[in-house]
Design a protein around this ligand. Structure first.
Ligand code: PLP
Length: 409
Protein backbone atom coordinates (compact mmCIF):
# COMPACT_ATOMS: atom_id res chain seq x y z
CA UNK A 1 0.00 0.00 0.00
CA UNK A 2 1.05 3.60 -0.50
CA UNK A 3 -0.01 4.90 2.90
CA UNK A 4 0.54 2.90 6.11
CA UNK A 5 -2.98 3.51 7.50
CA UNK A 6 -4.34 1.26 4.74
CA UNK A 7 -2.51 -1.76 6.12
CA UNK A 8 -4.47 -3.90 8.56
CA UNK A 9 -1.70 -3.76 11.19
CA UNK A 10 -4.07 -2.59 13.91
CA UNK A 11 -6.53 -5.43 13.33
CA UNK A 12 -4.54 -8.25 11.72
CA UNK A 13 -5.20 -9.85 8.34
CA UNK A 14 -4.66 -8.31 4.93
CA UNK A 15 -6.28 -5.32 3.23
CA UNK A 16 -8.69 -5.93 0.34
CA UNK A 17 -8.28 -4.26 -3.04
CA UNK A 18 -11.06 -2.09 -4.46
CA UNK A 19 -12.37 -2.59 -7.95
CA UNK A 20 -14.92 0.24 -7.93
CA UNK A 21 -16.98 2.38 -5.61
CA UNK A 22 -20.31 4.10 -6.02
CA UNK A 23 -22.41 5.98 -3.48
CA UNK A 24 -21.93 4.48 -0.03
CA UNK A 25 -20.81 1.10 -1.38
CA UNK A 26 -17.52 -0.36 -2.57
CA UNK A 27 -16.84 -3.57 -4.46
CA UNK A 28 -13.56 -5.37 -3.98
CA UNK A 29 -11.68 -7.22 -6.73
CA UNK A 30 -13.26 -10.49 -5.55
CA UNK A 31 -16.74 -9.08 -6.19
CA UNK A 32 -17.68 -8.56 -2.54
CA UNK A 33 -19.94 -5.55 -1.81
CA UNK A 34 -19.34 -3.45 1.32
CA UNK A 35 -21.11 -0.56 3.01
CA UNK A 36 -18.29 1.96 3.44
CA UNK A 37 -17.73 4.19 6.48
CA UNK A 38 -14.20 5.26 5.56
CA UNK A 39 -15.19 7.46 2.60
CA UNK A 40 -11.62 7.55 1.29
CA UNK A 41 -10.63 8.84 4.79
CA UNK A 42 -12.94 11.84 4.67
CA UNK A 43 -13.22 13.38 1.20
CA UNK A 44 -16.26 11.39 -0.03
CA UNK A 45 -18.93 13.48 1.70
CA UNK A 46 -21.37 13.04 -1.22
CA UNK A 47 -20.50 9.33 -1.44
CA UNK A 48 -18.21 7.73 -4.03
CA UNK A 49 -18.14 8.90 -7.64
CA UNK A 50 -20.99 11.43 -7.34
CA UNK A 51 -22.29 12.38 -10.76
CA UNK A 52 -21.72 16.12 -10.31
CA UNK A 53 -18.03 15.54 -9.52
CA UNK A 54 -17.41 12.97 -12.26
CA UNK A 55 -19.04 15.25 -14.85
CA UNK A 56 -17.08 18.29 -13.68
CA UNK A 57 -13.81 16.37 -13.97
CA UNK A 58 -14.69 15.00 -17.43
CA UNK A 59 -15.64 18.41 -18.69
CA UNK A 60 -12.52 20.08 -17.26
CA UNK A 61 -10.24 17.33 -18.60
CA UNK A 62 -11.43 17.93 -22.15
CA UNK A 63 -10.02 21.45 -21.88
CA UNK A 64 -6.64 20.35 -20.52
CA UNK A 65 -5.51 18.48 -17.42
CA UNK A 66 -2.89 20.96 -16.18
CA UNK A 67 -1.71 24.39 -17.23
CA UNK A 68 0.76 25.78 -14.71
CA UNK A 69 -0.79 29.14 -15.57
CA UNK A 70 -3.62 30.77 -13.57
CA UNK A 71 -7.07 29.48 -14.59
CA UNK A 72 -10.56 30.74 -13.71
CA UNK A 73 -11.35 27.71 -11.51
CA UNK A 74 -8.72 28.86 -9.02
CA UNK A 75 -10.36 32.25 -8.71
CA UNK A 76 -13.80 30.69 -8.21
CA UNK A 77 -12.39 28.43 -5.52
CA UNK A 78 -10.68 31.34 -3.75
CA UNK A 79 -13.94 33.33 -3.81
CA UNK A 80 -15.91 30.44 -2.39
CA UNK A 81 -13.39 29.83 0.40
CA UNK A 82 -13.20 33.46 1.47
CA UNK A 83 -17.00 33.55 1.54
CA UNK A 84 -17.52 30.29 3.44
CA UNK A 85 -14.63 30.06 5.90
CA UNK A 86 -14.73 32.82 8.56
CA UNK A 87 -10.94 33.20 8.98
CA UNK A 88 -10.03 33.24 5.29
CA UNK A 89 -9.41 36.58 3.59
CA UNK A 90 -6.79 35.22 1.21
CA UNK A 91 -6.01 31.64 0.29
CA UNK A 92 -3.47 29.52 -1.56
CA UNK A 93 -4.18 26.11 -3.08
CA UNK A 94 -1.83 23.16 -2.58
CA UNK A 95 -2.02 19.41 -3.28
CA UNK A 96 -2.51 17.77 0.11
CA UNK A 97 -3.35 18.42 3.73
CA UNK A 98 0.28 17.87 4.65
CA UNK A 99 1.39 20.63 2.30
CA UNK A 100 -1.24 22.93 3.77
CA UNK A 101 -0.12 22.54 7.41
CA UNK A 102 3.57 22.58 6.44
CA UNK A 103 3.06 25.88 4.62
CA UNK A 104 1.02 27.31 7.52
CA UNK A 105 3.81 26.76 10.02
CA UNK A 106 6.48 28.18 7.73
CA UNK A 107 4.28 31.21 7.19
CA UNK A 108 3.60 31.57 10.91
CA UNK A 109 7.33 31.40 11.65
CA UNK A 110 8.09 33.89 8.88
CA UNK A 111 5.39 36.28 10.06
CA UNK A 112 6.25 36.19 13.76
CA UNK A 113 10.01 35.78 13.41
CA UNK A 114 9.80 33.03 16.04
CA UNK A 115 10.48 29.29 15.84
CA UNK A 116 8.67 27.44 18.63
CA UNK A 117 5.36 25.68 17.95
CA UNK A 118 2.78 24.26 20.31
CA UNK A 119 0.86 21.20 19.17
CA UNK A 120 -1.35 18.74 21.04
CA UNK A 121 -0.83 15.04 21.64
CA UNK A 122 -3.04 12.97 19.35
CA UNK A 123 -3.55 15.76 16.80
CA UNK A 124 -2.35 14.71 13.35
CA UNK A 125 -1.29 17.37 10.90
CA UNK A 126 0.11 15.29 8.06
CA UNK A 127 3.66 13.94 7.88
CA UNK A 128 5.36 17.29 8.38
CA UNK A 129 8.71 16.91 10.20
CA UNK A 130 7.96 19.49 12.89
CA UNK A 131 4.46 18.10 13.51
CA UNK A 132 5.19 14.38 13.49
CA UNK A 133 5.35 14.26 17.26
CA UNK A 134 2.65 12.33 19.17
CA UNK A 135 0.64 12.54 15.99
CA UNK A 136 -2.36 10.24 16.23
CA UNK A 137 -3.81 7.32 14.31
CA UNK A 138 -1.21 6.24 11.73
CA UNK A 139 1.68 6.48 14.18
CA UNK A 140 -0.36 5.09 17.09
CA UNK A 141 -1.57 2.06 15.17
CA UNK A 142 2.00 1.23 14.31
CA UNK A 143 3.17 1.70 17.87
CA UNK A 144 5.62 4.39 16.91
CA UNK A 145 4.44 7.77 18.13
CA UNK A 146 7.43 9.60 16.73
CA UNK A 147 9.03 9.06 13.35
CA UNK A 148 12.64 8.18 12.65
CA UNK A 149 14.28 10.68 10.34
CA UNK A 150 12.96 13.78 12.07
CA UNK A 151 16.01 15.78 13.23
CA UNK A 152 16.07 16.25 16.98
CA UNK A 153 16.85 19.93 16.43
CA UNK A 154 13.48 20.35 14.70
CA UNK A 155 11.51 18.21 17.15
CA UNK A 156 12.92 20.35 19.99
CA UNK A 157 11.12 23.35 18.50
CA UNK A 158 7.75 21.60 18.91
CA UNK A 159 6.15 21.59 22.35
CA UNK A 160 3.53 18.86 22.67
CA UNK A 161 0.81 19.34 25.27
CA UNK A 162 -2.31 17.40 26.32
CA UNK A 163 -5.46 18.55 24.48
CA UNK A 164 -7.96 20.42 26.66
CA UNK A 165 -5.24 21.38 29.16
CA UNK A 166 -5.42 25.19 29.10
CA UNK A 167 -3.13 25.52 32.10
CA UNK A 168 -0.32 23.66 30.32
CA UNK A 169 -0.67 26.07 27.40
CA UNK A 170 -0.50 29.10 29.71
CA UNK A 171 2.62 27.66 31.30
CA UNK A 172 4.28 27.13 27.90
CA UNK A 173 3.50 30.73 26.93
CA UNK A 174 5.18 31.93 30.13
CA UNK A 175 8.36 30.00 29.32
CA UNK A 176 8.80 30.42 25.55
CA UNK A 177 8.31 32.86 22.71
CA UNK A 178 5.70 30.94 20.73
CA UNK A 179 5.30 31.37 16.96
CA UNK A 180 2.05 29.43 16.67
CA UNK A 181 -0.38 27.05 18.29
CA UNK A 182 -1.64 24.42 15.85
CA UNK A 183 -4.53 22.07 16.55
CA UNK A 184 -7.40 20.12 15.11
CA UNK A 185 -10.25 22.10 16.69
CA UNK A 186 -12.07 18.75 16.87
CA UNK A 187 -9.34 16.11 17.16
CA UNK A 188 -10.31 13.22 14.87
CA UNK A 189 -7.09 11.26 14.43
CA UNK A 190 -6.87 9.63 17.87
CA UNK A 191 -10.43 8.51 17.97
CA UNK A 192 -12.73 11.53 18.04
CA UNK A 193 -13.01 13.95 20.96
CA UNK A 194 -14.11 17.50 21.56
CA UNK A 195 -12.74 20.74 22.96
CA UNK A 196 -14.06 21.46 26.46
CA UNK A 197 -16.12 24.65 26.76
CA UNK A 198 -13.75 27.62 26.73
CA UNK A 199 -10.63 25.74 25.56
CA UNK A 200 -10.59 27.15 22.01
CA UNK A 201 -11.44 30.61 23.35
CA UNK A 202 -8.52 30.43 25.80
CA UNK A 203 -6.12 29.50 22.99
CA UNK A 204 -7.46 32.42 20.95
CA UNK A 205 -6.85 34.85 23.81
CA UNK A 206 -3.39 33.50 24.69
CA UNK A 207 -2.24 33.74 21.09
CA UNK A 208 -3.55 37.26 20.69
CA UNK A 209 -1.99 38.49 23.94
CA UNK A 210 1.38 36.93 23.20
CA UNK A 211 1.80 37.76 19.51
CA UNK A 212 1.48 34.12 18.41
CA UNK A 213 -0.71 32.83 15.59
CA UNK A 214 -3.57 30.40 16.09
CA UNK A 215 -3.64 27.74 13.35
CA UNK A 216 -6.68 25.54 12.90
CA UNK A 217 -6.03 22.36 10.99
CA UNK A 218 -9.47 21.81 9.45
CA UNK A 219 -8.29 19.29 6.88
CA UNK A 220 -10.79 16.82 8.36
CA UNK A 221 -13.47 19.13 9.82
CA UNK A 222 -13.55 21.70 7.01
CA UNK A 223 -16.87 21.53 5.07
CA UNK A 224 -17.59 18.35 7.06
CA UNK A 225 -19.02 19.59 10.39
CA UNK A 226 -20.46 22.80 8.89
CA UNK A 227 -20.15 24.91 5.77
CA UNK A 228 -17.54 27.08 7.50
CA UNK A 229 -15.94 24.23 9.45
CA UNK A 230 -15.35 23.93 13.20
CA UNK A 231 -14.44 27.63 13.40
CA UNK A 232 -17.97 28.52 12.35
CA UNK A 233 -19.48 25.94 14.70
CA UNK A 234 -17.55 27.12 17.77
CA UNK A 235 -17.37 30.80 16.81
CA UNK A 236 -13.59 30.98 17.30
CA UNK A 237 -11.63 32.49 14.42
CA UNK A 238 -8.02 31.36 13.90
CA UNK A 239 -5.35 33.42 12.13
CA UNK A 240 -4.64 30.68 9.60
CA UNK A 241 -6.60 27.61 8.49
CA UNK A 242 -5.41 24.46 6.72
CA UNK A 243 -7.91 22.62 4.50
CA UNK A 244 -7.91 19.35 2.55
CA UNK A 245 -9.98 16.19 2.04
CA UNK A 246 -13.57 17.35 1.27
CA UNK A 247 -12.25 20.43 -0.58
CA UNK A 248 -10.86 18.24 -3.39
CA UNK A 249 -13.92 16.10 -4.12
CA UNK A 250 -11.59 13.06 -4.02
CA UNK A 251 -8.75 14.58 -6.01
CA UNK A 252 -5.44 15.51 -4.36
CA UNK A 253 -6.07 19.01 -2.97
CA UNK A 254 -5.27 21.12 0.04
CA UNK A 255 -5.48 24.82 0.79
CA UNK A 256 -4.40 27.27 3.44
CA UNK A 257 -5.54 30.77 4.11
CA UNK A 258 -6.22 33.42 6.68
CA UNK A 259 -5.73 37.09 7.45
CA UNK A 260 -4.57 39.08 4.42
CA UNK A 261 -1.75 40.70 6.36
CA UNK A 262 -0.26 37.25 7.06
CA UNK A 263 -0.92 35.74 3.62
CA UNK A 264 0.80 38.76 2.02
CA UNK A 265 4.06 37.45 3.51
CA UNK A 266 4.00 34.65 0.90
CA UNK A 267 6.13 34.77 -2.24
CA UNK A 268 5.95 36.52 -4.68
CA UNK A 269 4.68 39.44 -2.52
CA UNK A 270 6.63 38.51 0.60
CA UNK A 271 9.72 36.65 1.81
CA UNK A 272 8.12 33.28 2.77
CA UNK A 273 8.65 30.86 -0.11
CA UNK A 274 5.94 28.39 -1.11
CA UNK A 275 5.18 26.92 -4.54
CA UNK A 276 3.70 23.96 -6.45
CA UNK A 277 3.79 22.78 -10.08
CA UNK A 278 0.28 21.31 -9.85
CA UNK A 279 -1.22 23.71 -7.30
CA UNK A 280 -4.64 24.96 -8.42
CA UNK A 281 -4.86 22.08 -10.92
CA UNK A 282 -7.98 22.53 -13.07
CA UNK A 283 -9.32 18.97 -12.56
CA UNK A 284 -8.88 19.22 -8.81
CA UNK A 285 -10.48 22.67 -8.66
CA UNK A 286 -13.41 21.55 -10.83
CA UNK A 287 -13.98 18.45 -8.69
CA UNK A 288 -13.79 20.40 -5.43
CA UNK A 289 -16.04 23.21 -6.62
CA UNK A 290 -18.63 20.73 -7.89
CA UNK A 291 -18.66 18.87 -4.58
CA UNK A 292 -18.85 21.99 -2.39
CA UNK A 293 -21.59 23.61 -4.48
CA UNK A 294 -23.65 20.41 -4.43
CA UNK A 295 -23.29 20.22 -0.65
CA UNK A 296 -24.63 23.73 -0.36
CA UNK A 297 -27.37 23.25 -2.97
CA UNK A 298 -28.90 20.34 -1.08
CA UNK A 299 -28.00 21.74 2.38
CA UNK A 300 -26.04 18.55 2.93
CA UNK A 301 -25.09 19.36 6.52
CA UNK A 302 -28.69 19.12 7.74
CA UNK A 303 -29.18 15.74 6.04
CA UNK A 304 -25.84 14.46 7.38
CA UNK A 305 -26.91 15.42 10.90
CA UNK A 306 -30.16 13.48 10.43
CA UNK A 307 -28.32 10.41 9.12
CA UNK A 308 -25.77 10.77 11.90
CA UNK A 309 -28.46 10.84 14.57
CA UNK A 310 -30.07 7.74 13.09
CA UNK A 311 -26.70 5.98 12.97
CA UNK A 312 -25.99 6.97 16.57
CA UNK A 313 -29.31 5.54 17.68
CA UNK A 314 -28.70 2.11 16.13
CA UNK A 315 -25.13 1.91 17.41
CA UNK A 316 -25.98 3.03 20.95
CA UNK A 317 -28.83 0.54 21.03
CA UNK A 318 -26.42 -2.22 19.98
CA UNK A 319 -24.08 -1.58 22.89
CA UNK A 320 -24.85 1.10 25.45
CA UNK A 321 -21.63 0.41 27.43
CA UNK A 322 -19.22 1.76 24.83
CA UNK A 323 -18.27 5.41 24.65
CA UNK A 324 -19.67 6.69 21.35
CA UNK A 325 -18.74 10.15 20.04
CA UNK A 326 -20.40 11.84 17.10
CA UNK A 327 -20.58 15.25 15.54
CA UNK A 328 -22.74 15.44 12.41
CA UNK A 329 -21.44 12.79 10.04
CA UNK A 330 -18.23 12.01 11.98
CA UNK A 331 -18.24 9.29 14.63
CA UNK A 332 -16.05 7.04 16.74
CA UNK A 333 -16.96 4.00 18.80
CA UNK A 334 -14.50 3.51 21.66
CA UNK A 335 -14.04 0.06 23.18
CA UNK A 336 -14.05 1.46 26.69
CA UNK A 337 -16.41 2.98 29.23
CA UNK A 338 -14.34 5.90 30.57
CA UNK A 339 -14.81 9.35 29.09
CA UNK A 340 -12.46 10.49 26.31
CA UNK A 341 -11.14 14.06 26.07
CA UNK A 342 -7.46 13.75 25.09
CA UNK A 343 -4.92 11.26 23.73
CA UNK A 344 -4.24 9.50 27.03
CA UNK A 345 -7.93 8.93 27.74
CA UNK A 346 -8.46 7.72 24.15
CA UNK A 347 -5.83 5.03 24.56
CA UNK A 348 -7.55 3.01 27.26
CA UNK A 349 -9.67 1.03 24.80
CA UNK A 350 -9.56 -2.70 24.26
CA UNK A 351 -7.66 -3.13 20.99
CA UNK A 352 -8.33 -6.87 20.80
CA UNK A 353 -12.08 -6.36 21.12
CA UNK A 354 -11.90 -3.72 18.40
CA UNK A 355 -10.03 -6.07 16.04
CA UNK A 356 -12.66 -8.80 16.58
CA UNK A 357 -15.44 -6.27 15.99
CA UNK A 358 -13.76 -4.92 12.84
CA UNK A 359 -13.43 -8.36 11.25
CA UNK A 360 -16.94 -9.44 12.28
CA UNK A 361 -18.36 -6.35 10.54
CA UNK A 362 -16.18 -6.76 7.45
CA UNK A 363 -17.28 -10.41 7.07
CA UNK A 364 -20.90 -9.19 7.01
CA UNK A 365 -20.19 -6.44 4.47
CA UNK A 366 -19.67 -3.36 6.65
CA UNK A 367 -16.32 -1.61 6.30
CA UNK A 368 -15.06 0.57 9.17
CA UNK A 369 -11.49 1.93 9.23
CA UNK A 370 -8.98 -0.75 10.28
CA UNK A 371 -7.85 1.05 13.45
CA UNK A 372 -9.53 1.94 16.75
CA UNK A 373 -8.06 5.45 16.46
CA UNK A 374 -9.83 6.44 13.23
CA UNK A 375 -12.96 8.52 12.84
CA UNK A 376 -15.78 7.05 10.74
CA UNK A 377 -17.70 9.02 8.14
CA UNK A 378 -21.25 9.00 6.83
CA UNK A 379 -21.96 10.45 3.41
CA UNK A 380 -25.06 11.83 1.73
CA UNK A 381 -25.20 8.55 -0.23
CA UNK A 382 -25.82 6.43 2.89
CA UNK A 383 -29.46 5.38 2.99
CA UNK A 384 -31.69 4.53 5.91
CA UNK A 385 -31.52 0.93 4.68
CA UNK A 386 -27.69 1.03 4.81
CA UNK A 387 -27.84 2.31 8.37
CA UNK A 388 -30.45 -0.23 9.46
CA UNK A 389 -28.34 -3.04 7.99
CA UNK A 390 -25.24 -1.62 9.70
CA UNK A 391 -27.14 -1.59 12.99
CA UNK A 392 -27.87 -5.31 12.67
CA UNK A 393 -24.27 -6.12 11.76
CA UNK A 394 -22.87 -3.98 14.59
CA UNK A 395 -25.25 -5.55 17.10
CA UNK A 396 -24.24 -9.06 16.05
CA UNK A 397 -20.54 -8.16 16.04
CA UNK A 398 -20.75 -6.55 19.47
CA UNK A 399 -22.87 -9.14 21.18
CA UNK A 400 -19.80 -11.24 21.94
CA UNK A 401 -17.00 -8.69 22.51
CA UNK A 402 -19.42 -6.55 24.54
CA UNK A 403 -19.97 -9.29 27.08
CA UNK A 404 -16.38 -10.47 27.16
CA UNK A 405 -14.10 -7.61 26.39
CA UNK A 406 -14.69 -5.19 29.21
CA UNK A 407 -13.90 -7.83 31.80
CA UNK A 408 -10.44 -6.40 32.19
CA UNK A 409 -11.70 -2.89 32.95
C1 PLP B 1 -5.62 13.80 6.76
C2 PLP B 1 -5.16 14.92 7.60
C3 PLP B 1 -4.01 15.66 7.28
C4 PLP B 1 -3.08 15.27 6.14
O1 PLP B 1 -3.67 15.39 4.90
P1 PLP B 1 -3.01 14.59 3.66
O2 PLP B 1 -3.84 15.04 2.49
O3 PLP B 1 -3.14 13.14 3.99
O4 PLP B 1 -1.61 15.03 3.57
C5 PLP B 1 -3.69 16.77 8.04
N1 PLP B 1 -4.46 17.13 9.08
C6 PLP B 1 -5.58 16.44 9.43
C7 PLP B 1 -6.40 16.93 10.56
C8 PLP B 1 -5.95 15.31 8.70
O5 PLP B 1 -7.02 14.62 9.09
Amino acid sequence: MNSPVRAFRGVGGEPFFVERASGAHIWDVDGRELIDYVGTWGPAILGHAPRVVVEAVESAARRGVSFGIPNPFEVEMARLLSEWVPSIEKVRMVNSGTEATMSCIRLARGFTGRDVLIKFAGCYHGHVDSLLVKAGSGALTHGRPDSAGVPEALARLTITLPFNDAEAVEQAFRNERIAAVILEPIPANAGLFFPKPGFLETLRTLCRENGALLLFDEVMTGFRVARGGAQELYGVTPDLTALGKVIGGGLPVGAFGGRAEIMDMLAPDGPVYQAGTLSGNPLAMAAGLAQLRELERVNGWATLEKLGAQFEQVVRAACPKHVFHRIGSMFCLFFQEEEVYDLASAQRGDAKAFAAFFHACLREGVYFAPSPYETGFLSLAHTEADIRRTGEVVAAALSKPCKDSFSRL
